[in-house]
Design a protein around this ligand. Structure first.
Ligand SMILES: Cc1ncc(COP(=O)(O)O)c(C=O)c1O
Length: 403
């Protein structure tokens, strides 16, 4: 049966080389429902102007829409205050802002904990900061199956740990981390920086309940437009961090030899923001709420389980980061024995089946498992068991052709 939501996504109605599109690359970026596309075009047609400070009607309307999105996001992730919602261009920028802001705070010997499973966006900023400030970057190792043990993270946290930078859900394997449990069991004063790029689209995120200090995600993985991300930070912490991107819109006073930064959230939002993208993000969140988004989460886990079972039946396939004890959702990474991952993805595309192949911005994972890359299938709210059937049929033909 086709997903009831598929018809809301115009691009998925298209054919490429006479083949229907079977989109299995949502972990990379999600497709956009018509409501989101229309809201952006409507905004440009009727309300566009730059935001903040403008005295004219269009600027007032645009500012209202822009700040309205901040409130929509605040409610969506249950932050206490809209001052805690910083708009960035993507999650990567959010990671970099916080790492750079901590550059003047963390000192030699302080520890940062991260893992071998992190996306480069939540790895390189901490690696670079650690080198610059002589910090001790503790990197939790993957086991042979490609799984990170939560116990290992908890046990690595010491009195010297100032920051734990981990994702809530892996973009390589779909592994889900119980952040609340890790934080509680570690009983530490360390700040928790959570990369929520994948989790935001597959599980209910409540930053208050998680008690994390920072949480980042990108709109484009949440059925919204690209060009906008969200950096959540606890107000009390953000207030004490320096602004790291300087320019228009982030000051209250400028002298020839100094400046006074604006209050939150503007302090971290220098320059003209992606105004129309905030409108699209707001529409995406409202669309998801309207469609009872959270009710799809169990189904996405079921799709992952079905696909893994089918791949096991097919045989000669290595599946990474999978075991029955580790919670995971919607992502399956694998290799077919003796076949190149990029060849598989290229051949699948001939049947309209779109997956991802490569290192998935996680080279430490690939190096640890000793593979150059993998095929990755990932599900979204428009996928169904029918997509798995098409994928498997096409994979079998691909393997035959490559033999
Ligand atoms: C877990 C994770 N973190 C960070 C990112 C970076 O997201 P963006 O490129 O939107 O900044 C991604 C994107 O694939 C991701 O999956």
């Amino acid at each position: 049966m086709t997903s009831i939501l598929k018809s809301d996504f115009p691009i998925l109605q298209k054919k490429i080389r006479d083949e229907n599109i079977t989109y299995l690359d949502t972990a990379s970026s999600s497709q956009k429902p018509l409501a989101v596309i229309n809201s952006i075009s409507d905004f440009y047609l009727n309300s566009y102007e730059n935001v903040h400070r403008g005295m004219n009607s269009l600027s007032i309307d645009a500012t209202e829409a822009f700040e309205g999105t901040r409130e929509t996001v605040r409610k969506f992730i249950n932050a206490k205050s809209s001052n805690e919602i910083i708009f960035t261009k993507n999650a990567t920028e959010g990671c970099n802002i916080i790492a750079n802001a901590f550059s003047s705070i963390l000192k030699e010997g302080d520890e940062i904990i991260t893992t071998e499973l992190e996306h480069h966006s939540n790895f390189l900023p901490w690696q670079s900061l650690s080198k610059k400030n002589n910090l001790n970057l503790k990197i939790i190792s993957l086991n042979k199956k490609g799984i990170i043990s939560e116990e290992d993270i908890i046990n690595a946290i010491t009195d010297k740990t100032k920051l734990v930078a981990i994702s809530q859900m892996s973009n390589v394997t779909g592994q889900i981390f119980d952040i609340k449990n890790i934080k509680k069991k570690s009983n530490s004063k360390a700040l928790f920086f959570i990369d929520g790029c994948q989790s935001i689209a597959h599980m209910k995120v409540d930053v208050h309940d998680l008690d994390c200090d920072f949480f980042v995600f990108s709109s484009h993985k949440l059925y919204g437009p690209s060009g906008i991300g969200v950096l959540y930070g606890k107000e009390s912490i953000l207030n004490n961090l320096p602004a790291v991107v300087l320019g228009g819109g982030m000051i209250t006073n400028v002298e020839l030899d100094d400046f006074t930064p604006a209050l939150l959230p503007n302090k971290f939002e220098a320059g003209t923001p992606p105004i129309e993208a905030t409108v699209g993000l707001s529409t995406a969140i409202n669309y998801l709420k309207d469609k009872d988004f959270y009710s799809f989460f169990d189904y996405e886990i079921k799709l992952r389980t079905i696909l893994i079972e089918e791949l096991k039946i097919l045989g000669n396939i290595d599946i990474y980061g999978n075991d029955e004890y580790t919670p995971a959702s919607s992502i399956v990474s694998f290799n077919v024995h003796g076949k190149n991952h990029n060849d598989i993805a290229t051949f699948l595309d001939q049947y309209g089946v779109m997956i991802r192949s490569g290192h998935h911005c996680c080279q430490p994972f690939m190096k640890k498992i000793n593979i150059p890359g993998s095929c990755r299938v990932s599900f979204g709210i428009y996928n169904s068991e029918e997509d798995i059937e098409i994928f498997l049929k096409s994979l079998k033909k691909t393997i035959k052709l490559l033999s």
